[in-house]
Write a protein that binds this ligand. Sequence first.
Ligand code: NDP
Length: 313
Amino acid sequence: METKSKVLIIGGTGYLGKRLVRASLAQGHQTYVLNRPEIGVDIDKVQMLLGFKQQGAHLVSGSFNDYQSLVNAVKLVDVVICAISGVHIRSHQILLQLNLVDAIKEAGNVKRFLPSEFGTDPARMENAIEPGRVTFDDKMVVRKAIEEAKIPFTYISANCFAGYFLGGLCQPGSIIPSRDSVVLLGDGNQKAIYVDEDDIAMYTIKAIDDPRTLNKTLYIRPPKNILSQKEVVQVWEKLIGKELKKSSISKDDFLASLKEQDYAQQVGLGHYYHVCYEGCLANFEIGKNGVEASELYPEIKYTTVEDYMKRYL
Ligand code: NDP
């Protein structure tokens, strides 16, 4: 019988992390979740962790401030998945993973490490604008450390989390779709790729024991979910049975407005710029260093844009 890897999930109470824990349990992996003392009396997190334990997960005490605890945690498993925060409007801790890389190197037993990526492929963003490029630069620093330490890896390029991009009809700063109006970014014709966060987690867990994803980037590109902003709006209009009033913001005006925002907002707006004005997610072929998730795992019935958007009705 195929033996399934034991998995440690770090950042398991996060927006994506909790889905990774659930997917790992659902796919029958022995699942360990880092329990950081720093969460203190955050009752939501404590209760979530206890809920994972009731579903069969093992909680492992450990902290980024206690290197040996990371080494000990890593030694328990075959695969480490990190989903530490990396969105400035929430929290951005990507570089803390350098401690984790050292711990994995020292422990020496890990067959696969999946760092906290789950978005735009940072390797393709060397020309990204300031200050948003910090996300990609930091993720590349972590990649370099992983590869220098010769740790086997898989990078997950999950494209747009549906909750942010479909929820806001691709408009930054909004996560509930309007029933009245929408601002198109430019002509609204650049294609992007939207993925249900639970599907991201399911594809990620599928990949961890798969030799085809070893030392590769797994791009999640569900074919029906590669749509422009205008097409997303059309899906929504069909669902609500009404046309939205449309205006648009030019590239130059968008970039000018960005400069008036605080740092965290500017980072996020920079990402929307590359996705919606430049089409950075869908304007390239996956080369020999990558594989595509819906092709590798056709058995996963992914959520379409239309089905995802029904939750907002
Ligand atoms: P969250 O903001 O939900 O945070 C995830 C977890 O990180 C927290 O629950 C916590 O886990 C851990 N964490 C936070 N601060 C610290 C700290 N100081 N020290 C140690 N651990 C900490 O993350 P997201 O789920 O939003 O992001 C995960 C990944 O997904 C990131 O790489 C991000 O860039 C990417 N992303 C991609 C998006 C897209 O559209 N493609 C959108 C959003 C995110 P715990 O307390 O359990 O230890």
